[in-house]
Design a protein around this ligand. Structure first.
Ligand code: FES
Ligand code: FES
Length: 156
């Protein structure tokens, strides 16, 4: 596969990256930009560990090429906290103990952030439907659900 130069926008910054055309966004985020909060799980679009936002939409960076996101604004977990304050979804994950090993958590949080951007008061069923593709090998699903409900101002 040939190499070319891409321009991508990540966390409000513009980056020029010269790389193979089929290289995944996940690889570039972790290896070239050192944004290691985005995790490698399955590498096949099945687990959600690599979730990032593209124009606010949750996408799987392991199956996304740079060419697919050149004109989109990418946000990773590193972008969420601002001015020393955690994002409300991050805070809710702490308060509801929604992490055990923590490996799935960046993807879980970004999926929840994407949901709450479009649906500020989702029902429990809507949260489950939105989060169902984000797997947690620690099976901490009840606490993850509680955290998203808490962030949405719902059930305690
Ligand atoms: S690593 Fe991307 S979906 Fe599993
Ligand atoms: S907290 Fe360990 S994989 Fe989810």
């Amino acid at each position: 596969m040939s190499e070319r130069q891409f321009v991508i926008h990540v966390n409000g910054k513009r980056h020029k990256v010269a790389t193979e055309e089929d290289r995944s966004l996940l690889d570039v985020l972790r290896e070239d930009l050192q944004l290691t909060g985005t995790k490698y799980g399955c590498g096949e679009g099945e687990c959600g560990a690599c979730t990032v936002l593209a124009d606010g939409e949750a996408i799987r960076s392991c199956i996304t090429t740079l060419g697919e996101v050149e004109d989109r604004e990418i946000e990773t977990i590193e972008s969420l906290a601002a001015d020393g304050e955690l994002h409300p979804v991050q805070q809710a994950f702490i308060e509801k103990q929604a992490m055990q090993c923590g490996y799935c958590v960046p993807g879980q949080i970004l999926t929840a952030v994407a949901l709450l951007k479009t649906n500020i008061q989702p029902t429990r069923e809507e949260i489950i439907a939105a989060m169902t593709g984000n797997l947690c090998r620690c099976c901490n699903y009840p606490n993850i659900l509680a955290a998203v409900e808490h962030a949405a101002g719902g059930a305690e």
